[in-house]
Design a protein around this ligand. Structure first.
Ligand SMILES: Cc1cc2nc3c(=O)[nH]c(=O)nc-3n(C[C@H](O)[C@H](O)[C@H](O)COP(=O)(O)OP(=O)(O)OC[C@H]3O[C@@H](n4cnc5c(N)ncnc54)[C@H](O)[C@@H]3O)c2cc1C
Length: 290
């Protein structure tokens, strides 16, 4: 048995380095101003897919990401770690999408891919933090979903069994395939880049990237088609532009404020019970907690 696995991966601003120009006036993220990284829980999702490929050699992992042109960086990152292929869903019409519009666009790309057994996404993206896209993609495709996955316990023809990590313990759940599972950060950490794969895929690029660079080795893409990263627009996936991007997003970001802690607001505490108690009382009194 082999499986066709789609891993949903998002390029996110490295929220550890958020500066004052992080947000644009229209409430959308100023992605150009922020270092971009592979969403951490999507690396856990990729690792679960790589684990399946080890158990079922011949299985295929395709990374799917919706984002601006530079999101191709995370497709390469996934290839360096063992994915087989990458698809970039990119079009100005996708910009400013909320989760409804994002999941619609992703589901249209999955429909175009047709033959898949399992979709694995991260539980949550560290920027939007909604944990909505995975379940919404499942709904749009009309297939089952299992969220908060910590480990894929067993797969057989048409069926998957996973361990879910919940606040109050673990749960073992089974589902028919195809299905969507979302993976927690408590799942196995993703294996690092593989040196051989780095050599193999270092020139992997989308058409747009190749056009914007004067490359004296353009002919290698004919000889090595696996270096050609697929790039799809709204038209390529047959999406309704009114359901994409800002126009397809009922969520309107009213106002976004950068919460940048000033030194005066921080307090250094020892681990003494007295000081911890005092802090807890203060946080309850000023309604920060409780
Ligand atoms: C500060 C902030 C607040 C926001 N609040 C809201 C809100 O309240 N409601 C709303 O609808 N939108 C909101 N958005 C917009 C939202 O971030 C985008 O719609 C985003 O594309 C998807 O939502 P998310 O980041 O919450 O992802 P989540 O739903 O947390 O992502 C879950 C998983 O889905 C997959 N995934 C998500 N986005 C992509 C992608 N572009 N490509 C491939 N896979 C993907 C990944 O595997 C990811 O781990 C907000 C954005 C920001 C920056």
């Amino acid at each position: 048995m082999t499986l066709n696995i789609i891993v949903l991966a998002k390029q996110v601003p490295d929220t550890r380095n958020v500066g004052k120009d992080a947000m644009k006036a229209d409430g959308t993220v100023n992605r150009a101003a922020l270092p971009a990284i592979f969403n951490p829980e999507d690396l856990n999702a990729l690792e679960q897919a790589l684990g399946i490929k080890e158990r079922f050699p011949g299985s295929k992992i395709t990374l799917l990401t919706m984002g601006p042109g530079r999101a191709a960086d995370i497709l390469r990152e996934g290839l360096f770690r063992g994915a087989d292929d990458g698809v970039l869903l990119t079009d100005r019409a996708f910009a400013g999408a909320d989760t409804l519009a994002t999941s619609y666009a992703l589901s249209m790309a999955v429909r175009k891919m047709k033959d898949f057994d399992l979709i694995i996404s991260g539980r949550q993206a560290i920027d939007g933090d909604t944990a909505q896209v995975g379940p919404q993609v499942a709904e749009k495709l009309g297939i089952p979903q299992i969220t908060y996955t910590e480990n894929i316990e067993h797969i057989e023809e048409g069926k998957i069994r996973v361990k879910r990590r919940l606040e109050n313990g673990v749960e073992i759940v089974e589902s028919p395939l195809p299905a969507v599972i979302t993976v927690n950060g408590s799942a196995r950490t993703c294996r690092p880049r593989n040196a051989k794969l780095l050599q193999k895929y270092k020139h992997a690029k989308t058409v747009t990237e190749r056009q914007s660079e004067d490359m004296d080795y353009i002919e290698i893409y004919d000889r090595r088609p696996y270096l050609d990263l697929t790039e799809w627009s709204v038209a390529d996936v047959g999406a309704d532009v009114a359901q994409c991007g800002l126009s397809g997003s009922p969520t309107k970001v009213k106002k976004i404020e950068n919460v940048v802690f000033q030194a005066k607001e921080s307090k250094r505490l020892s681990d003494s019970d007295v000081e911890i108690d005092e802090l807890m009382r203060e946080l309850i009194e000023n309604h920060t907690i409780g």
